[in-house]
Write a protein that binds this ligand. Structure first.
Ligand SMILES: Nc1ncnc2c1ncn2[C@@H]1O[C@H](COP(=O)(O)OP(=O)(O)OP(=O)(O)O)[C@@H](O)[C@H]1O
Ligand SMILES: [Mg+2]
Length: 237
C-alpha cells in the first residue's frame, strides 16, 4: 500500500473534486475540498440539501473515488489498493453510521453488531473476542437487554445506537456519520449525540458527521459548511 507523507494526520483531503456523469450534463459536486484532521478531532459538515455532504462522506469512507485529488486515511491511500484489499481496508479502518441505521432486519441486534467481524474471517477479531466486544458495546449504548431482538422491535433512537455499536466493533480509526440524528426527535437525537461524543473520546477515533442540526454541529471541535463545492468555516459563509 502506498504510504503518503502525513503520518500525524489521520485524514488528509487534498484538492478533491467529484463529478458525476449524468444523462443531462456532468454534475460537479465537489470542486477543490482540502483539509486535515488529526486523531481525536471531530468535524461537523453542514450545508444545504444537495451541497455534497453525503458525497464527501462516501469519499472519506472510501466507498467512492474522487474524480481528482487525493484522500489519505490513517497514512495510506486506499484508492491505490485493488478492490478486495480496499474492502478489507474499509472494514478495518472505517466505521459508517447511515441516517436510517441500515441494520439487517432478519438478524438480531447482536448479530447486526457482529457483522463487520464476519466479513473477513481470519483477518478480523476472533469470534469469542468479537462477541465479547459486541456485548460490551451494546451494554455501553444501553441495549444489552435488547441484543436478542430484531431491529423492527427497536425505536429509531435504539436502532441508531445499535448502528453506532456496529460501526465501532473493529475499533475503526475513523467514524463517519451521515445525519446520525436526522430521523430522531430532540431527546433521542441528544442521546445519540452524547453517545457519539463519549465513544469518540474513549476510543480516540476521528469523528466526521454530516448534519442539518446546528445544535449538533455546535458540539464539534471543527465545523465546515459546504458552499459551491468547497468547505468553508461557517462564520465566513
Ligand atoms: N450518483 C450520482 N449521480 C449523479 N448525481 C449525484 C449522484 N450522487 C449525488 N449526486 C448529486 O450530487 C449533489 C450532492 O448530493 P449529496 O447527496 O452529496 O448532498 P447532501 O449535501 O448530502 O444533501 P442532503 O442534505 O439532502 O442529504 C446532488 O445535486 C446530487 O443530485
Ligand atoms: Mg446527504
Amino acid at each position: 500500500m502506498a504510504t503518503l507523507p502525513n503520518p500525524s494526520g489521520l485524514l488528509a483531503v487534498r484538492d478533491v473534486h467529484k463529478r458525476f456523469a449524468t444523462a443531462a450534463a456532468p454534475v460537479e459536486v465537489l470542486c477543490g475540498v482540502s483539509f486535515e484532521l488529526a486523531a481525536g478531532e471531530a468535524l461537523a459538515l453542514t450545508g444545504p440539501s444537495g451541497s455534497g455532504k453525503s458525497t464527501l462522506l462516501h469519499l472519506l469512507g472510501a466507498l467512492d473515488r474522487p474524480s481528482e485529488g487525493t484522500i489519505e486515511i490513517a497514512g495510506s491511500d486506499p484508492f491505490a489498493l485493488p478492490e478486495p484489499e480496499l474492502a478489507g481496508f474499509r472494514n478495518r479502518t472505517i466505521g459508517f453510521v447511515f441516517q436510517d441505521s441500515h441494520l439487517l432486519p432478519q438478524l438480531t441486534v447482536l448479530d447486526n453488531v457482529l457483522l463487520p467481524s464476519l466479513a473477513f474471517p481470519g483477518r478480523s477479531l476472533a469470534p469469542a473476542a468479537a462477541r465479547e466486544r459486541a456485548e460490551a458495546l451494546l451494554a455501553r449504548v444501553g441495549l444489552g437487554h435488547r441484543r436478542a431482538h430484531r431491529p423492527a422491535e427497536l425505536s429509531g433512537g435504539e436502532r441508531q445506537r445499535a448502528a453506532v455499536a456496529r460501526a465501532l466493533l473493529l475499533r475503526p480509526a475513523v467514524l463517519l456519520c451521515d445525519e446520525p440524528t436526522g430521523s430522531l426527535d430532540r431527546a433521542a437525537a441528544a442521546n445519540v449525540a452524547d453517545l457519539l461524543f463519549e465513544l469518540h473520546a474513549a476510543e480516540g477515533t476521528v469523528l466526521v458527521a454530516a448534519t442539518h442540526s446546528l445544535e449538533l454541529a455546535a458540539r464539534f471541535s471543527r465545523r465546515f459548511e459546504l458552499v459551491e463545492g468547497r468547505c468553508v468555516e461557517p462564520s465566513a459563509a
